[in-house]
Every structure is written in C-alpha cells, then in structure tokens.
Design a protein. Structure first.
Length: 544
C-alpha cells in the first residue's frame, strides 16, 4: 500500500502517545513519510486517547479519516472507531473479528505493567505488515531506555501470535527526522542563536519548554520556568535588554497575561519572540484541542501602536524556518515578533525535511562607540544602534515611559511625536526587508481559476485537497505585515476564492476583506478538531 493509516486507542495511562511515536518510527525506518495526529483528553487516567499514524510514499502533513488498521487496547476504542483490519487486546476487549491477542495476559505473565501492551501491539502490527522483527526490535531499543530487553521479549510474543495480512512495500530507510511542531520551533530558534527560553507551562506550548530543558546543555541554552506568564514575558525582556536572545511560549490565556509586557517591548524596543500556540478557546477552553481563534488577538494585542511581525507556520519544516527567522527579525528591528501555532501543529509529528543552512544568526545593528551613546538614537531606518549593560563607555537606559533618545522620560508634544515617528519608521524598513522573502506559499494547480486560502496548520489538508481536486491552495506565512502584494499576484486569474479556517468567524477572510479581497465562500470548523484531508476535500467538493 502506498498510503496507510493506523489508529491506536486506549485510555490515558495506556501509553498511546509513546505507541504512536514508535509506530511512526517503524514506518520511517521502512522508507515512509509519516504524520501523527494525537487526540487526548485533559486527564491523567481514563478517558479515551488515540493517535492516528499515517504513512505514505509522498510527503504528508495531515491525517485521514479512513482507518486501514485499528489497534484497540480497550473496548471504548472498538466502539468509537472502525478499521479494515482490527488488532485488539482480547484480555480487555470483546470482538468477534480481526486479530485478538491477549496482551494483558502477556504483560502479567512477564511481571510487567499493562502499559507494555503498546509494544505487544507494535510487534503484532509489524507481523501484519510483513515487516521483519529486527525493525521492530531496533525501534524499541531507540525509544525505550529502561527494561529494553523485557519490552523486546513481549513485543516478539505479539509478533509471533499475529499473521501477515497486508502487502506492505519496504523501501530504503527514510532518514528525515521525526519532529513535532514544537520541537521544530525550538530547534529553529536555537539555530538562530537562542540564549534563553522562558515559559510557564501551558498546553499546547508546554512541550517546547520540556524539550529545551531536556536538551539545554547539549544545545547551549538556558531554560527558566517562572511563577507565571507575566513573569515569563518580563524576564524575557530583561534578558533582551542585557543582550540575550530570548523567546517565550504560551497559549491564549497566558498570552493575554503577557499583553502589557508586549506593549512594553514595543515602547522600549526590546527584541523578544513570543510563541502563541492556540488551543480551542475562549478562556480555559478545551486545553488539549485545537483552534485558530487567536489571529485577531495576535495582530492587535497590546495597547497603543508599535511595529510587530506575526507569522504562522503550517508544518514542522515551516515551524523550524519561521521560528529562526522571527528571532532574527526581532533583533534586526528591535521589535516583538509573534509566531502563531496551534495544538494541531505543535503536538503532531512530521517527517521533517529541514535545511539547517537556511537559518543563521543575523547580527543586529551595534553601537560603534563613536560619540555619546543614545539608546534610542534617531536614524534613517528607525533602528538605533545597540549596546548592552557592562559596556563601560555607555549608559544604557530603557523605560516603559515615552522618552527621548537617551531613554529619559518626556511629556512634551514635540518629543512624543518625534519618538513615535521614529518607531513607526521601522515599518518601512520591515516591509523593505520582507519584500525580499517569499511570504506566501502556493500548492496544487498554479493556473487554476479556483483557489482555496488558509493559514497555519491547515496547510496539510489544504495542500492535498488542492492537489487532488486540481485547484490552487494559497498559504500566507506572514500575517503582519500582511503580504497583500504577493497574495494579489497569486489571485490573478482566480474567479472563485474559498477561505478555510478553524475558527467560527473567518478571521483571515475578514483580514482579506480589509485589504480589498472578498472571498466567495468561507469553510469553517470550530469543534476543537482539525480538518482531516477527507473532510476538507468533501466540503470543498460540495461547493465546487
């Protein structure tokens, strides 16, 4: 099979996430591109968790609804999902078809906890696909560092009790790394010179902190978990003032608490990158489910007017690139930047095709030690030369008050206008820089008269839908400044434009309309779940 979808399900505590990652790694080692979608409730034990692992011969960034193989570790999974082939734990499930293996008994007979049923299932899956057990064994060795041999033993028992069912072509190993969106965001920032990552854990951004903390020594960075989101934002700005490249990560509620600090960064011209990983909201919302309801928030957060850059990646490759780009742009223009992700991108796993050479550390404009240092010196591009505390030749003052070129608070009309004009001058410099970049991606049939347009993690479903229906998919990577000049170019010849979003009000459609572009149709989804490829294709097909 060229395209295969596996769903493994159970309760929280059954190791579903770990099982999904091991299955993904198995597919990667037999030459497939992989995408993993995880669905889990905000529970420590119980409930219903599942992962859909899709393996394909082509690059993919979305899951499908149709399940080829269902692996059930509990009865709930059998009742909620269907699969062409079913592998189930006969010790905890009742089912009269498929391949029943008493995984619970295998775990107990080996004096191991029930969580090892996931590796028993991995072994059974390998056998069903005709994959040699050596591949399964190597995956277990790479993923499980404790009781490795015991896990290999029970997995082999599952392998031996199953039988080959599906003709599965094994190719040369896929050497692309498997990365979640959050891991890609973390690594992109590190590549651009990240010094500090400061965050109060809030799903779905939490795993950025966990990943960077686990690898801090190897990556040469520091991670800090402060008492709340306000502290995180202000500590990051303190780090930037001292010359350290800083990034913070949070979700909507945490970002709301950071908004005053965001305005502080705008006034004080402090370079900080904010990662806003959306959950379904408002308020606490549904902590472990996805949405795209925070676009307007990111574009307009903060009081007063100040330059910012906002970008939204759609897969791990784009997450890596845009994370690094935004950190560099923050320092180039001494502004806050915002990278918008969501649960679907942040916590899904991709076969990443990262080009590390694309991201380098771009040095900011530095003071040349000539004359008296002015932190907010007025320049032709609005960007003042930087110096940092510890420089004996400079007095470096920063403030949240309106100020003069030295950083001394002012209230007279002429000084206020002068400094506001100075900051806003950066907008022209930012546009000049960004016009050198490709800010909009296009997929599918480039000369189609029908186009769909979407942002962020909708990339995977949008791209495949466009390719299969023979239409065009337009994905703006940057949302502020809004790249209207590139979007208009891509819309030449388009007679029907369909907006696709995971929110209830069509926030991108409104942004397009504000820039003179009217969408003919708007397709929305706002139940906390992302579009699957099948669902989006079906809804677009009905319109066409």
């Amino acid at each position: 099979m060229d395209d295969l979808s596996i769903l493994i399900g159970g309760a929280a505590g059954d190791g579903i996430k770990q099982a999904g990652n091991m299955i993904a790694k198995l597919f990667s080692r037999v030459g497939k591109s992989v995408f993993v979608y995880e669905d889990y409730q905000s529970l420590i034990k119980g409930g219903h968790n599942f992962a859909i692992i899709r393996a394909s011969n082509k690059p993919i960034a979305i899951h499908k609804d149709k399940i080829d193989i269902l692996i059930a570790l509990n009865q709930d999974t059998l009742e909620k999902h269907k699969g062409d082939l079913v592998i189930f734990d006969s010790g905890s499930c009742k089912y009269d078809k498929g391949i029943g293996i008493d995984m619970s008994a295998i775990a107990k007979s080996n004096n191991l906890p029930l969580i090892v049923r996931n590796v028993v299932a991995l072994g059974a899956l390998g056998k069903c696909l005709g994959i040699d057990f050596e591949y399964v064994q190597n995956v277990i060795k790479s993923c499980l560092k404790t009781k490795t041999e015991e896990n290999i033993k029970v997995s082999k028992q599952g392998f031996d009790l199953a039988k080959s069912q599906i003709k599965f072509v094994i190719k040369k190993a896929n050497n692309k790394p498997l990365l979640s969106g959050n891991e890609a965001i973390a690594l992109g920032a590190v590549k651009a010179g990240l010094d500090f990552y400061i965050s109060y854990p809030m799903t779905p951004a939490s795993s950025i902190l966990h990943f960077l903390a686990d690898h801090a020594d190897k990556l040469g960075i520091k991670t800090i978990h402060p008492e709340n989101e306000i502290a995180a934002a202000l500590m990051a700005e303190g780090g930037a003032y001292a010359g350290k490249r800083t990034m913070v990560g949070t979700s909507g509620g945490g970002f709301a608490l950071m908004v005053e600090a965001l305005s502080f960064a705008g006034m004080a011209e402090l370079p900080v990158t904010f990662v806003l990983s959306q959950r379904f909201s408002p308020s606490t919302g549904v902590p472990t489910y996805t949405g795209q309801g925070d676009l307007n928030f990111a574009l307009n957060a903060g009081h007063g007017e100040f330059p910012r850059i906002v970008a939204a990646p759609g897969d791990a490759d784009q997450a890596f690139n845009l994370s690094g780009e935004l950190l560099n742009l923050s320092w180039q223009f001494q502004i806050p930047t915002i990278l918008i992700s969501d649960k679907h991108l942040s916590e899904s796993t991709f076969s990443a095709d990262i080009d590390e050479k694309k991201i380098k550390i771009n040095m900011p404009k530095m003071w040349n030690k000539t004359g008296e240092y002015k932190r907010y010196a007025i320049t032709s591009d609005g960007i003042s030369p930087l110096a940092f505390p510890g420089d004996k030749d400079a007095v470096i003052k920063t403030t949240s008050y309106e100020h003069d070129e030295y950083g001394i608070a002012v209230e007279d009309a002429a000084s206020i206008k002068k400094m506001m004009d100075k900051r806003l001058l950066k907008q022209k410099s930012i546009l000049k820089e960004l016009k050198k970049k490709k800010l909009v991606k296009v997929f599918g049939k480039k000369n189609s008269k029908i186009a769909i347009i979407g942002w962020g993690s909708i990339l995977g479903a949008g791209k495949e839908t466009a390719e299969e229906l023979g239409i065009k998919f337009i994905q703006p990577l940057y949302l502020e400044p809004f790249p209207i000049w590139q979007i208009e170019k891509e819309l030449k010849g388009v007679k029907k434009l369909i907006d696709i979003e995971m929110n209830s009000t069509g926030q991108l459609a409104k942004l397009l309309k504000a820039n003179g572009i009217e969408c003919n149709e708007i397709v929305l989804k706002y139940d906390g779940r992302p579009f699957s490829q099948d669902e989006l294709k079906g809804r677009i097909s009905k319109i066409l």
